[in-house]
Design a protein around this ligand. Structure first.
Ligand SMILES: N[C@@H](CCC(=O)N[C@@H](CS)C(=O)NCC(=O)O)C(=O)O
Length: 263
């Protein structure tokens, strides 16, 4: 049995739910409410001492890290094979998985300087302090504190935008060889990066690729049309919530043209 510990609006959880749909695998969800802080409970720390989702439980065996989980899921079923057959293409697909660690950090910076910041600012100083104390990674705490204090004025924000601009350039270069990252066929590489584009679009920053990269723009339209993206998002995120997130993101990053070098 496959049980996924996941967060409704967690970008890495969306990644795994998307692959579960591409592979048409049956699974059960254990929802961890991240805004409420359920990831810091003792029970969840037993599942992942890093207090982050997603975690896959396959018949009692725990697997961590979203891109690793996705490759594991691909190996469980012959339906719609996502890992390319040639060893060189396998290696290149895994490289995209490694790149997503950097993309994740940058997307995390943008979400915590916009709508997640609003969520944290609504907490009392005491509750916020409890949250900081609960996060096991002190480097992450330092970044989050800065983002909550300074929002889009934080020095972390232009660094994140610069890295995501590079992501778009890397994508566009890869897409010169076909409709999909690995050429003519949709693969795990496309699945692994899709949620980051989805999130950036949700916070109003699709200008990062739409202003410069027509191949990437066309690719995002293609992955958005696959049923797997809606299957991974719609049951957990309602349209009103997405519109609220988009409005906060647009107000934070786009209004006033302050980041026009990137958008
Ligand atoms: N590299 C990890 C990153 C996992 C991660 O950071 N997950 C976020 C949600 S996307 C989380 O659980 N955050 C907990 C928190 O914000 O306290 C992966 O790809 O699985």
């Amino acid at each position: 049995m496959l049980t996924l510990y996941h967060g409704a609006n967690s970008v890495c959880s969306i990644k795994v739910r998307l692959v579960l749909d591409e592979k048409q695998l049956d699974w059960t969800g254990r929802h961890i409410d991240l805004p409420k802080g359920e990831q810091f409970s003792e029970a969840f720390r037993d599942i992942n001492p890093r207090s982050i989702v997603p975690v896959l439980d396959h018949d009692g065996r725990l697997i961590h890290e979203s891109s690793v989980i996705c490759e594991y899921l691909d190996g469980l079923s012959a339906h719609n094979p996502l890992m390319p057959a040639a060893p060189v293409d396998c290696a290149r697909t895994r490289t995209w998985g490694v790149y997503t660690l950097e993309y994740h950090d940058s997307v995390n910076t943008l979400t915590f300087s916009s709508y997640q910041r609003q969520m944290l600012l609504a907490k009392s100083p005491e509750d916020l302090e409890v949250r900081w104390q609960s996060i096991p990674d002190p480097i992450k705490v330092r970044k989050l504190k800065d983002l909550v204090a300074n929002g889009a004025d934080s020095d972390y924000v232009p660094v994140a935008l610069g890295k995501l601009a590079r992501m778009c350039a890397e994508m566009d270069a890869a897409l010169a060889h076909g409709d999909w990252l690995m050429g003519d066929q949709y693969s795990l590489a496309d699945a692994l990066v899709t949620p980051y584009f989805y999130r950036i679009d949700c916070i109003g920053l699709s200008g990062l690729w739409e202003t410069r990269y027509p191949r990437t723009t066309a690719w995002f339209a293609r992955v958005s049309q696959r049923p797997s993206l809606a299957a991974a998002t719609a049951p957990w995120l309602d349209e009103n919530e997405i519109e609220r997130i988009r409005a906060i993101g647009t107000d934070t990053f786009v209004a006033g043209g302050r980041f026009s070098d990137y958008l």
